[in-house]
Design a protein around this ligand. Structure first.
Ligand code: HEC
Ligand code: HEC
Length: 188
């Protein structure tokens, strides 16, 4: 077996990623409503690509693209995206000024705080870095978890959270995360 150095993996990943720039941006920062991949945790990129390839997460475009990727391609792409400059705000840590759902959730409705899994300190393995993602993408994903159309989350962690959320709450948390750079200026 030949040992693959991490720079080989990143270089190979960069070449493969030329097929992805049209939607995910030249530096992993999307100009459309596709998710940003720059700096994403490698285990997230790997899991999501395996889920598309295996049909656990549905998306016409990503299903077709992921089918042609080998396991090695997937891990090299993940290494490349993790290595790219992190052109967005770091994962949120607990702070009194955060919106209630993000900070403390809604215990009576079984909604755990977003920061308890997506946080900079409390990052649950597999929970994506969502700060600075396109707002429409975040809204779509939360609605898909709520309706059960997206069901690739282990132990229904996100379905449980989203099930109890109102349309307004989905809009508000999506706007908060999309505009994370300046929480004081959340666009509605
Ligand atoms: C034609 C546009 C397009 C191309 C090309 C494309 N993607 Fe995607 N990608 C999308 C869209 C749209 C989504 C969100 C789909 C959904 O709703 O699940 C997505 C989702 C993803 C996700 C999930 C991210 C997350 O935060 O959950 C990963 C990882 C990903 N793409 C990687 C890739 C890689 C690697 C390539 C190149 C091999 C690629 N994509 C090419 C449009 C594209
Ligand atoms: C118990 C842990 C947990 C909590 C609490 C939680 N999440 Fe998640 N979230 C996850 C995990 C794990 C995933 C990845 C699921 C998968 O494997 O596809 C995820 C995925 C997501 C995604 C999809 C992102 C993408 O790029 O694919 C969004 C959006 C999201 N969460 C938003 C939120 C928001 C907003 C809150 C608070 C209202 C929240 N989450 C609370 C664990 C959690």
């Amino acid at each position: 077996m030949t040992r693959v150095s991490s720079s080989d993996a990143i270089g190979r990943g960069a070449t493969l990623a030329l097929n992805c720039t049209m939607c995910h941006g030249a530096q992993g920062m999307s100009a459309s409503d596709a998710p940003n991949l720059a700096g994403q945790y490698p285990e997230v990129v790997i899991k999501q690509l395996l889920d598309y390839r295996g049909g656990k997460r549905s998306s016409t475009v990503m299903a077709a693209l992921s089918r042609s990727l080998t396991d090695r391609d997937i891990s090299d792409l993940a290494a490349y995206y993790a290595y790219l400059p992190k052109a967005r705000t770091a994962p949120t840590t607990y702070d009194e000024s955060l919106p209630a759902l993000v900070r403390v959730g809604a215990p009576l409705r079984n909604i755990a705080p977003c920061v308890s899994c997506h946080g900079g300190i409390d990052q649950k393995l597999g929970a994506p870095w969502i700060e600075g993602m396109p707002k429409d993408y975040l809204v779509q994903q939360l609605r898909a978890f709520r309706s059960g159309e997206r069901r690739n989350d282990a132990e229904a962690q996100m379905r449980v959270v989203a099930r109890a959320m109102t349309d307004r709450e989905i809009e508000d948390v999506a706007a908060f995360y999309a505009n994370k750079a300046s929480p004081g200026e959340v666009r509605q």
